[in-house]
Design a binder for this molecule. Sequence first.
Ligand SMILES: [Zn+2]
Length: 391
Amino acid sequence: MSKEKKGKEKEKLVVKAETKPKTTKAVSKPTSVLTEEAVSFLRTYINTPSAVGFESGGQKLWLNYIKPFVDTHFVDPYGTAVGVINPDAPFKVVIEAHCDEISWFVNYINNEGLIYVKRNGGVDHQIAPAKRVLIHGKKGAVKAVFGWPAIHTRLSNPDNKEPVAKVDNLFLDCGARNKKEVEELGIHIGSVITYEEGFDELANGYYIGRAMDNRIGGFMIAEVARMLMNNKKQLPFGLYIVNAVQEEIGLRGAEMIARRIKPNIAIITDVTHDTQTPMINKIIEGDVACGKGPSPCYGPAVHNKLLKIVEDVAEKNNIPLQMRTVSRSTGTDTDSFAYANDGCPSVLISIPLRYMHTTVEMLHKEDIDSTVQLMYETLLTLSPDTNLSYI
Ligand SMILES: [Zn+2]
């Protein structure tokens, strides 16, 4: 999700599927998509750097993963990858996520061999001090650290105040002792920098990792394609499984690919803020919790009738939802699809996530499963005859 996003809440039901005696027809809980093979892919995918504008490493991996589930695939000039089921069908439905990872650029190298940075996407300066990074130079990745004055020494400045991390006082130390040694490592102005911390698991069904935003989306749309294949479902439309580049700097990859595909319907998935941890105001940010289900939103870019279909599908399948509202734009690729071409009915199905744009983005396994199921079941209800007319 790009940085501008804000949300407000309207909570809906959060009842667990197995305790909800609502429908007479029993709906069996599908088996988890998080098989050993799938989690192994997710781990590798999260651990593979995929900086904004330089996403090809992650995209290659993702495309190889989904190839068995689709009829054909293509890649656009800036690297957005698309798997297609029923490529000849005139009616086109997109399921979409973004693959780019917020990162830094090498901006200036001083004579002492220290490296100053510029943002590439909404990367968080507050968490940078003492982080380990990889600088992707001409000779491959070089290890470095964000240096920071020791607790013992950082009051010895003219103001006698603790320094605060800002883009212009953050610097990287790669072990080089001068500018020439930096350059000999293949590091140049414009090298992208990604954090080293990767995928891990916490107690009670939580995953953590950097850039879960939004590679968890890429993972989920791939698993939707896998479910369609495994269950031998025939769709009455072409399905385009889109992993877009450059979301974090203004929803640009989606803008390009929406014009190219010209879809009739788009279902976007991204992350949204879990608001249960300290220093978040629920009055402003809404009430969303990891583990309590996918979080679609109301907002002008979200197509009301398509959203109603998603809500009905959720109710029918006992999938709890946590509704939100957005002001003006969704801050996600939904906006790019909705306003592309002559207008494309679009809906956003987000997954709750803690600590967005840090290296410990955290989400819950059950939300992955229920978001995949919601997208899958929604696709099974859509057809070229679905009436999405407002009036
Ligand atoms: Zn983001």
